[in-house]
Write a protein that binds this ligand. Structure first.
Ligand SMILES: [Zn+2]
Length: 432
């Protein structure tokens, strides 16, 4: 198969590599759509951010494969021990009403074709045990059932349209045994600890796989991982009904946080953005007040809009930590979504003086497998039209050979007027 191979920092090309073989508990997924994350672009280029040392060590040993955790595809093989979901009587697909379908979705990718192989029964029912808090053990990521006398099935079958949670905990270390998956000592991270989906096919652990609901196109399923991260961010911030939410930055994470806030029960939502296009996107995402980060006095506007109190919760998505703290109310909360350098200036005295809480979402992960329903929740929001991912998809490229170009566009979004990562479509899963 063809896959992105890294021979040195900044030296990534699509080459022939052996087809992947699933090991015990694994499945093979043909990649329909994949998008790079900015973090991956920076690491591939050799920038000294977290994980750089690990990648440098791997490169010292020879060419390696890296990246590709935001993707969607179709299961083509189950490895040893992965018990297929038993066939069930076919039920009519639960299509979303046409009026809720994002208008700009291309017809070819926007709806399942009649009779498509995996468009039958819906995926796992909406999780009644949904708990997005970080400290509570969560239910299994995919449904299992144990027929009398048989092994639990995986809930998966060849032909399923899926994505995958990128982080899989080991399930055995002291942290995992204490129901603290975010502290797992040896998690597997797709594309980071092993080859990811910058390829025609990817192998993942079955327990990380999440089925994509009917009507959600591959382009949106591939983009759901950052949305899961935004949902997690709101969960840890415990946004209360009527809270004033300030989102600093209208990039991908800012727009997703805005939509999650609007979908939830935030009161006033204020968003700052540098470009007119991003500010327009923030407005469409549900912001009540959009400020120009290049011209407006952000702190003054926020104080004015909140009767001098400040925002209850600030999601900092643009590297403006000082501004975030100055905009938070006394006793408020700042959630650090952006990644700062080691010794970025920090107004610690003001944090202390105003009793502002500082929270950090777990690194790069909307959810962990097994044990996460955040991805499923995110996919439901997309299926219902509560969250629109289409507005963040400005560049779509065709074929696996376009991966280097997608990395370039995603790394330099401003240069290419990209609003989100450049996506690569490998095949149309409606025609699979
Ligand atoms: Zn563990």
């Amino acid at each position: 198969m063809r896959a992105l191979v890294l021979r040195g920092f900044g030296d990534a090309a699509v080459e022939d590599v052996p087809d992947p073989v699933p090991g015990p508990g694994e499945v093979v997924i043909d990649v329909a759509c994949v998008q790079p994350s900015v973090t991956e672009c920076m690491l591939l280029a050799g920038e000294p951010i977290a994980m750089h040392t690990v990648l440098a060590e791997r490169l010292a040993a020879g060419p390696t494969r890296f990246g590709g955790h935001e993707f969607a595809g179709v299961i083509t093989a189950l490895g040893p021990g992965v018990v297929p979901r038993p066939p069930s009587p076919r039920t009519p697909p639960s299509r979303i009403p046409p009026s809720r379908t994002p208008a700009s979705v291309s017809p070819a990718l926007g709806a399942p074709a009649p009779g498509a192989p995996s468009a039958g029964t819906s995926s796992a029912g909406y999780p009644s045990q949904l708990d997005l808090a970080t400290r509570t053990p969560l239910v299994a990521a995919f449904p299992t059932s144990a027929p009398a006398g048989g092994r639990p099935d995986s809930g998966l079958a060849v032909g399923d349209r899926v994505t995958a949670v990128e982080t899989a905990t080991c399930g055995q270390c002291a942290a995992c045994r204490r129901a603290r998956p975010d502290a797992c000592r040896s998690p597997e991270v797709l594309g980071f600890t092993g080859p990811g989906a910058f390829a025609e096919r990817v192998v993942v652990a079955a327990r990380t796989v999440v089925r994509v609901p009917d009507g959600v196109p591959a382009a949106h399923a591939a983009a759901v991982q950052p949305l899961a991260g935004a949902i997690h961010g709101h969960a840890i911030a415990a946004v209360k009904p009527g809270d004033t939410v300030l989102v600093i930055g209208a990039g991908v994470m800012g727009v997703l946080h805005t939509q999650v806030a609007r979908h939830g029960n935030a009161g006033l939502i204020i968003v700052t953005g540098r470009s007119a296009a991003k500010r327009a996107l923030a407005k469409r995402a549900g912001a009540d007040l959009v400020l120009d980060a290049t011209a407006d006095d952000i702190v003054a506007h926020v104080m004015d809009a909140t009767d001098g109190i400040g925002a209850d919760v600030v999601f900092e998505c643009a590297g403006e930590f000082e501004q975030a703290v100055r905009c938070a109310r006394r006793g408020g909360t700042v959630v650090m979504v952006s990644v700062l350098s080691d010794h970025a200036p920090a107004p610690l005295a003001r944090l202390r003086e105003r009793s502002v809480s500082l929270l950090h979402p777990r690194s790069g992960a909307g959810g962990y497998a097994p044990g996460s329903t955040v991805f499923e929740h995110a996919l439901r929001l997309v299926q219902r039209g509560d969250v629109d991912l289409q507005g963040l998809i400005s560049h779509r490229l065709a074929g696996v050979e376009a991966l280097p170009e997608a990395l370039e566009i995603t790394r330099y979004k401003g240069r290419y007027s990209a609003l989100g990562p450049a996506q690569v479509d490998l095949f149309d899963w409606n025609r699979a």
